[in-house]
Design a protein around this ligand. Sequence first.
Ligand code: PLP
Length: 729
Amino acid sequence: MTSVLRLKAKLPPPLVALADLAYNYWWSWTEERVSLFSSLDPAQWQACGHNPVALLEAVPDERLWQVAEDPHYLNRLHQLAREFVAYCRDHHPWASQVAPSLSPDRPVAYFCTEFGLHESLPVYAGGLGVLAGDSLKSASDLGVPMVGVGLLYRQGYFHQRLNRSGWQEEHYTHCEADHLPMELVRDEFGQPVTIKVDIRQRPVRVQVWRVQVGRSQLYLLDTDRSDNDSLDRRIASQLYGGNPETRLAQALVLGIGGVRMLHALDIEPALYHLNASHGAFALLEVAQRELRYTDTGFEEMAHQVRQRSVFTTHSPVSAASNVFSADLIESFLGSYWPQLGLSRDEFLALGNRHADDPWGLFSMTVLALRLSGKANGVSHRHGEICREMWQALYADQAPDHRQVPIGSITNGVHTCTWTAPLMMDLYRHHLGQGWPQKIAEPSLWARVDQIPDDQLWQRHGLLKERLIAYTRDRVRAARHHRGEAADEIAAVDKLLDPAVLTIGFGRRFSSYKRGELLFSDLHRAIRILAHARRPLQIIFAGKANPADDEGKRIIQRLMEWCRHPALRDRVAFIEDYDMAVAKLLVAGVDLWLTHPRHPEACGTSGQKVALNGGLNCSTLDGWWAEAYQAGGAGQVANGWAIGQASPEPEPDPDRQTQQDVDSLYSLLEHHIAPLYYQRDRAGLPRQWIAMMKASIRSCAPHHSSDRMVAEYLTQMYAPSLAPVAAGSL
Ligand SMILES: *Cc1c(COP(=O)(O)O)cnc(C)c1O
């Protein structure tokens, strides 16, 4: 029996529709749908990590029967069940006109090492995963046939705890795959579908879980089977947790295993999209499959593979990420390259920047660039950087870096996922019922101007109070857990004040993101934050990579500022940043700070903030370099820019930091705080509210993942599909 049927058998008959909803992450996109589950048993909902399947299994029958008799609940359930059926059936003429050859059997296969759909499915670490999750959701909304291919990490990404000295400690929990909203894929005899991948000279059996994401599917590959060697079972236990050997094994399962799995499921992708390079071996496997049936050579086959492959690169630095030593590649892939008709040197050259590269490293990014017909960066600026960075790869075709064939598509976020329910409601009233179908249309968002100032301000205020209450709960629990003194715990009642301008900073902590920029000059920071009439407060959240001691030291210093006598009520740190924390944080802050050292690929959290009426204060990099409007000449600014737009990265990072610090302090002290505290007789900061509207209006349509997926379809997928439909593959 499938898991859905098993769950249905447990539910009282009037509630069986809950099972279908629980097994499709469509439920997670709006709070209205979420509350169908959370309202059954709010405490259990927390205890289950917001997982509806585990919740329905845990809620006592008595309670289930109670709601099964509640006409109000049943009405809500049936209304949403009808919406869900209609959503799944909906036709999308636009997508099928642009790319008629895409279909559920011939979809875009979207490979990524992490997917961030919801906090209950812990197979993501941060921005890359959230982007992949938002892409699957928007593909579903727009009717673009897409399947995601990723890995099931049984221990997921680590949970963060800070000890008494403020040092990050990592701990892992084990995911109960059988109790998550996903289904083990079985054959007609009820046996799990498996494929094999040779790793370390051993065949590793891989099974697969299907996660429904609206009309998209996500397939998660899983090696944790009892018939695998114990080392092989743990290949994908942790996301980004392993040594190079484990990471390479993961890349083999994802790339080679992913292509074999799609084939075993009778899915014949029309196109392969690599989101970052971890899945790049997929393209070798596509070539390998075809080579078995023809006598063309690898070069010719690679040419054909390029016609149906797309690569999105994320790293803003060439050397650092996703490289393996030649020795490691040799020991893992030594028996694979003969199947491609390649020698050792020819194979290694696929991952080398140029023929006489003294580097000795095999780069997954280079491999992906070599085998993809189209490639892009994730913002205009990032595209430019990539063209410069990879010019050597294209030296014979593109003498000038501007001719390097790497384009750019700027990231966006899934609007419904990242907009707080109170704001969704406001948009429903003022933009119209059908607004979620027209998210990428600027004319829709022009109507934001009609929202009465007091309504926007009042709702924003509620979201902020909610964030502050949540922050206090989390900080109180953390202090308790650390065994802090009673007066430290009691002091949390005074932490943060809803009347004070509230800044948010939620990102990974690593030295290039400069998480402690605000405290570069402690005296000045105190003067600004603890100002008598115009105070500021800030909430931090974010993890440091387990191996990044510098990142951990930044967190440790932030924890010191949290305890500093002059700052203790004004600075808070929420541990264990994840999508649930992110949703509250981006919805409740007045101002969002982003100030990485140049260059930054894109960044997306500021886009989420804009949807909820928060304002951005950011260096002119990534998406903000495109979105920022300085205002003037009758136009209202939509936020603030730290420092100058820099056409070239400042060669001296310390100088850049000093300039950015000065700019940040001056903005906060002389522009941002005065504007926020400037109130009219009704107590409203009219100019601030005008900026909130300018920010929503200008950012929401363009920085949505609907706009992004539509651009991938028209610029990257459709042009590749045309020749292939008639071609030989
Ligand atoms: C949106 C999001 C990110 C991405 O953050 P950026 O640093 O702005 O790219 C990371 N983590 C979580 C949990 C998010 O929701």
